[in-house]
Design a protein around this ligand. Structure first.
Ligand code: ASP
Ligand code: MG
Length: 408
């Protein structure tokens, strides 16, 4: 008998029929002799609708109230799932995040789990029930309900799997695994049968549809995560500790995947005085405003003046520009200019760190396709180029081809 945590995304529980279909799958897995915790997202676009509803009442909803409101989306799907299971004759119980013992800090809208006491969940499992937990939420010491950030149900699922020492966390979605590239952009993309945590973290941070924090958590607690289809019975992708050393001889292609993001905006602060502390001045107010900054490039200074460029999500551009224009005048920089139609494309692979030449191959492939590179950033296992948004699809396709990802 294995203990499994299964997570179903919003599309997979989008209406009553889909909920019943998921319930059937859960029932079958239980009948095969497993204990199951099910974590659900809100139905379909429920979270977006709740946000829109809040915004129709006020332009700036209070974070505490917004979190309590958003938490109801997952309460709806989890209670319905419990009812659907009962209808099939399966004993079940639903719980909000708080009831499942998920304790968070007070950062409304992007709370972190600080403690998870799974005692109640375990007790219910031991009576033979399937436990359904509302994803994406927890509770503070002060009994305020928090949410974990958009996409946070993945993190709920992995956290429960870790706390319960589950055999595996299974994430069922409308994509049936992790691909070498988004199949909607690259039809010849291949599904990976397995991938390591590190690579998956880079893919998730730069476009693949999983909450990056869930991968961090899985890596930390060594929880194997299976990503698979919620409707079809076909093999998915297992995210786990891949031992690259063991089969290094066979790994001729060291890029595992190409990923992308649209909706990237860049701000350039021009003629920034080059003295200690200035860059801290630029970024602290952005952090305080809850704006996350991705790529940062500071030029070498000419005559003690330098340009600092950074990217943010397009949705944050207006606020980021407000904040940084204020900072620019405080520190005596010339001004801030923005470009709001950028995207990025990345190649990811653990093998790249010990092999030179990947960057130049990437730049050559982009240049052969007449794609201009606006900015470049790298990690040990990733190279990212910021490009014009209109060229993102082309960039993904040429890189997929250049690194021969369509062949095994
Ligand atoms: N319902 C939440 C969202 O849409 C959390 C999730 O789906 O994981 O972001
Ligand atoms: Mg999701």
């Amino acid at each position: 008998m294995a203990l499994l945590v299964q997570k179903y995304g919003g599309t997979s529980v989008g209406d009553a029929e889909k909920i019943t279909n998921v319930a059937r799958r859960v029932a079958a897995t239980q009948a095969a002799g497993n204990q199951i915790v099910v974590v659900v997202s809100a139905m379909g676009k429920a979270t977006d609708e709740l946000i829109a509803l809040a915004q129709s009442v006020t332009k700036s909803p209070e974070p505490r109230e917004l979190d309590l409101l958003l938490s109801t989306g997952e309460l709806v799907s989890s209670t319905l799932m419990a009812m659907a299971l009962r209808e099939l004759g399966v004993a079940s119980i639903s719980m909000g995040g708080a009831q499942a013992g998920i304790q968070t800090d007070t950062a409304h809208g992007r709370a972190s789990i600080v403690h998870l006491d799974p005692a109640r969940v375990r007790r219910e499992l031991d009576t033979g029930r399937v436990v359904i937990v509302a994803g994406f939420q927890g509770i503070t010491d002060d009994m305020d309900i928090t949410t974990l950030g958009r996409g946070g149900s993945d993190t709920t699922a992995v956290a429960l799997a870790a706390a319960l020492k589950a055999e595996r966390c299974e994430v069922y979605t409308d994509v049936d695994g992790i691909y070498t590239a988004d199949p909607r952009v690259v039809p010849s993309a291949r599904k990976l049968s397995e991938i390591g945590y590190e690579e998956m973290l880079e893919l998730a941070t730069y476009g693949a549809k999983m909450h990056p924090r869930s991968i961090e958590l899985a890596a930390w607690y060594k929880v194997p995560v299976l990503v698979a289809s919620s409707t079809q019975d076909i093999p998915g992708t297992l995210i786990h500790d891949v031992d690259n050393g063991g089969n290094a001889m066979e790994v001729s292609n060291k890029v595992s995947g190409v990923t992308y993001e649209r909706n990237v905006a860049r701000i350039t602060m021009r003629a920034v005085p080059d003295r200690p502390g200035v860059v801290a001045h630029v970024f602290e107010p952005l952090t305080d405003a809850g704006i996350s900054v991705d790529t940062i490039v500071q030029n070498a200074s000419a005559e003690r003046l330098t340009d600092v460029s950074f990217t943010v999500e397009r949705a944050d551009l207006v606020r980021a520009l407000e904040v940084s224009s204020r900072v620019a005048s405080d520190i005596g920089a010339a001004d801030c200019v923005a470009n709001d139609h950028l995207g990025n494309v990345s190649i990811v692979g653990t093998g790249m760190q010990n092999a030179p030449g990947y960057a130049s191959r990437m730049f050559r492939a982009l240049s052969d396709a007449a794609i201009n590179i606006e900015m470049i950033t790298t990690s040990q296992i990733r190279i990212t180029c910021i490009v014009d948004e209109a060229q993102v699809n082309d960039a993904v396709r040429v890189l997929h081809q250049a690194f021969e990802l369509d062949t095994e």
